[in-house]
Design a protein around this ligand. Structure first.
Ligand code: DO4
Ligand code: MG
Length: 408
């Protein structure tokens, strides 16, 4: 098998880059320099299909033929791929079966049974926009006390449902909820920022999934408080088996992730705390690092959260905040990163393109007002800096004169 080929994305000033590497720590080849306008994995797949070439062949060629590399700081890394959904398999390693048999207060041997059954345990983990990437925080619940990370080899399926690549995943789990009653599984598994993946996606045909080491380290105030490893040779099920059960009666969405279960369970006395830092390394794929945060009471205001903004039309100079935004928070608008300038309440507008005094403010692809002062990207756009154009015939004329054109 050839060297693993890593695909990763990082933030550069106000935009996102896709890169190729054999080892991202030693330098990355920006894809946009090789394939114009390609900034994400979906774009690269389309680019290679158009040219009738396998991505791994194309990537090897570029990596071997070009010495140019850029150094990417770990903190610049973002989610390597935007997924539609993330699913997870469970009880696929002996240690997961045993730990759950010990923790459960339900005496029936259900974990033993599912471990041996033909049908695997599969559960829904997160919709794509709830998955977090490298260095974003992972959450712990306010109503649970015993959280652990679950470091899992994670499969990425492409837009045709085919095995595309592998990444590192963290299936954050509230063990006390799961232990109380297996019917609490969705609450033990799904909470704010409970799913993390990254830092790279390694092309599936360049890596052997069954001989990988998975290494978990947790630090607390600078001290190492957990250090455990396993190997995927202990994974009881094949990837094909897990994928086939997932897609059996479920039309798998284009770009879906599937975590393959944990082979590492910290000792029973261990519980994550606010401020811990989790590192999960799979050599060849990279190290996924995430700080731990207790979930804020106002979820939409969690600093650094991936609260989305919605750009309704590509022409728009403003986007709508889908949650309250704080100054300094970064939000994604398409493939660009916008730094929020001031407090923006839920449902309000923020500037995604710079506007000068007298410029049109565009939303829904239409002129909705005129800027009454210069507005920088990331600033709140509201009555204090916009004169509404809608329903104001007098402003139509004023706007036309100042901009030198006639409104449609
Ligand atoms: O049955 C509970 C969840 C199992 C799981 O997440 C795992 O084994 O990784
Ligand atoms: Mg798990």
């Amino acid at each position: 098998m050839s060297q693993p080929i890593q695909l990763l994305r990082w933030r550069e000033q106000d935009h996102v880059q896709l890169g190729l590497s054999y080892d991202y720590h030693t330098g990355v080849l920006p894809v946009s320099e090789l394939a114009e306008g390609v900034h994400d994995i979906g774009g690269l797949v389309a680019y290679c299909r158009d040219r009738n070439t396998e991505i791994s062949t194309w990537a090897h060629d570029k990596l071997d033929g070009c010495t140019h590399r850029v150094l990417v700081d770990d903190k610049q890394l973002i989610l390597p791929v935007e997924l539609a959904e993330l699913w997870a398999g469970g009880v696929t390693y002996e240690i997961s079966r045993d730990a759950r048999m010990d923790e459960t207060t339900v005496s029936d041997n259900l974990y033993e049974r599912v471990y041996h059954a033909l049908r695997p345990e599969l559960f829904f983990k997160a919709p794509g926009d709830r998955i977090v990437g490298p260095h974003d925080f992972v959450g712990i619940r306010r109503d649970a006390t015993w959280h652990v990370p679950e470091p899992e080899l994670t499969v990425i399926l492409d837009d045709r449902g085919q095995l595309f690549g592998l990444t590192v995943g963290n299936d954050m789990t509230a063990r006390d909820l799961e232990a109380q009653n297996p019917l609490y599984l969705p609450q033990a598994k799904m909470f704010h920022h409970s799913a993390a993946i990254g830092p790279t996606v390694v092309l599936a045909d360049t890596i052997d999934p069954y001989h990988l080491t998975i290494h978990l380290m947790i630090t607390r105030r600078g001290d190492l408080v957990a250090d455990q490893a396993t190997t995927t040779t202990r994974l009881r099920r094949s990837l094909a088996d897990l994928i086939s059960y997932l897609e059996h009666e479920w039309p798998v969405a284009p770009w879906t992730g599937l975590m393959t279960g944990t082979g590492i369970v910290p000792p029973d006395y261990f519980a994550l705390e606010d401020g811990d830092e989790i590192s999960i390394e799979i050599p060849g794929i990279g190290t996924l690092v995430n700080p731990v945060r207790r979930i804020d009471s106002d979820w939409a205001r969690v600093p650094g959260g991936r609260t989305r903004v919605l750009q309704i039309n590509p022409q728009d100079t403003v986007a709508v905040a889908l949650g309250a935004l704080q100054p300094g928070q970064e939000v994604m608008v398409g493939t660009s990163v916008v730094m929020v300038g001031n407090v923006i309440p839920f449902g309000h507008k923020l500037a995604i393109k710079p506007m000068n005094k007298g410029d049109w403010v565009i939303k829904y692809g239409e002129r909705i007002g005129i800027a009454t002062e210069d507005i920088n990207v990331g600033q709140h756009v509201h009555v204090h800096n916009v004169e509404s154009y809608r329903g104001r015939g007098d402003l139509v004329k004023k706007g036309d004169q100042e901009n030198g054109h006639t409104p449609a």
